[in-house]
Write a protein that binds this ligand. Structure first.
Ligand SMILES: NC(=O)c1ccc[n+]([C@@H]2O[C@H](COP(=O)([O-])OP(=O)(O)OC[C@H]3O[C@@H](n4cnc5c(N)ncnc54)[C@H](O)[C@@H]3O)[C@@H](O)[C@H]2O)c1
Length: 356
């Protein structure tokens, strides 16, 4: 079991490892009642493990929500809040968010709002949520006008990342998480992730829980440092978590969501490295390194054949983080930095490198 600390004003621990679920009982024991928010298929997939870990007893209190981005809505917040109220959840009780990023973001927001804030434990069950979404206290739901527009910062009191539960994760979702793993590997302090991937790629791809525990812990250590340096996303330093994401978001939109998020991030990382090279911010060694990491995780390095460069550019300009122009997180001599409006010539090189 690995214990990592997110060093905030009210610090909390991230427990990572095969069987970490067994520690959840201890975390919620001081509370009178715990309401588990999850999704039906997750409860079905993990039922036995939840029973064995004593997370649920014969009469568990599980409140379920819908699946997918379409369920991250204010309607879900209202429905969950109503269920918690009818079940008698009080101010000093606790919510357990058991699921991927959709459950974590929605249940986290419910916990931030219910009785003006109740404690929440994040129990991420997808690889993406274990390495990223469950840490840092960002919660949100979508509006028809855009993603994550209504949200709050609400740090959990603890995070329990059991790598055994990743066995039942659908293959596309596992690949999605690997895209974020590649991002961490390629961050300036990602050396530990790269080293692990070098020696344990096969075990990681085979979802060996011990290998995944090492990998998740190495990624969480990076995210925890980034979050502790800028807990409320004020200084801009948290923006480096969007490495690879400018192209990725545009690709997801233009490819009609046929690509998993992490696959789009992988291509976005290749694009960013080639853009940085074209701007003479990095040498060819960095481009090779990015290619090596992405390919080792069996993630794509080229955009799908029908994706159009003009459409990608338009989608990138519409990105919610853009200020009207194009903004990229790019490697350089000072680590990862925001770069605005690179010249068309450099963009051409980067587009060509990913086959757009
Ligand atoms: N708050 C943050 O800091 C942050 C960071 C990154 C992403 N996010 C958000 O996370 C969301 C994406 O999260 P995600 O990729 O986990 O998607 P998700 O929550 O939709 O989970 C993917 C699918 O896998 C299923 N699933 C999850 N765990 C399972 C398991 N162990 N066994 C079987 N099925 C399982 C889910 O039911 C779902 O169908 C997005 O909404 C994104 O905005 C938030």
């Amino acid at each position: 079991m690995r214990r990592l600390t997110v060093a905030l004003e009210r610090p909390y621990e991230v427990l990572v490892g095969p069987g970490a679920l067994h520690r959840l009982g201890g975390l919620i024991a001081p509370y009178r009642r715990a309401a588990i928010v999850s999704q039906g298929p997750i409860v079905t997939a993990l039922g036995t493990e939840l029973l064995e870990a004593d997370v649920i007893g014969p009469e568990p209190w599980i409140v379920t929500m819908g699946d997918g981005e379409g369920a991250k809505t204010l309607a879900s917040v209202e429905a969950l809040g109503g269920a918690l109220a009818r079940g008698g959840l009080l101010r000093d009780d606790v919510v357990v968010a058991l699921g991927g990023g959709v459950v974590g973001d929605t249940a986290g927001l419910v916990a931030a709002l219910y009785h003006r804030g109740v404690d929440v434990v994040q129990v991420p069950t997808s690889l993406l949520a274990q390495v990223d979404a469950a840490i840092g206290g960002k919660t949100a739901v979508n509006l028809p006008e855009g993603k994550n527009l209504i949200g709050a910062f609400h740090q959990p009191i603890g995070v329990v990342a059991d790598t055994r539960v990743l066995a039942s994760l659908p293959a596309a979702e596992f690949r999605s998480g690997l895209g974020e793993v590649a991002k961490y590997a390629l961050m300036p302090d990602g050396g530990a992730v790269v080293d692990l991937l070098r020696i344990r790629t096969d075990a990681v791809l085979a979802r060996d829980p011990a290998a995944l525990a090492e990998l998740v812990a190495a990624c969480v250590a990076i995210k925890a440092r980034v979050v502790a340096a800028d807990p409320r996303e004020r200084s801009g330093s948290r923006a480096i978590l969007n490495y690879g994401h400018t192209l990725a978001h545009a690709l997801e939109t233009t490819a009609g969501y046929t690509l998993a998020h992490g696959e789009a991030v992988a291509i976005g990382l290749i694009f960013a490295a080639n853009l940085a090279r074209a701007l003479e911010r990095v040498g060819p060694d960095i481009v090779d390194r990015v290619h090596g990491v992405v390919a080792s995780l069996e993630l794509p390095v080229q955009v799908p054949a029908d994706v159009d460069r003009v459409e990608l550019l338009e989608a990138m300009r519409r990105d919610k983080k853009s200020k009207g122009g194009l903004t990229f997180v790019l490697p350089g001599a000072n680590g990862l930095e925001l770069v605005d409006d690179p010249p068309a010539r450099a963009l051409d090189v980067a587009f060509a490198a990913v086959g757009a």
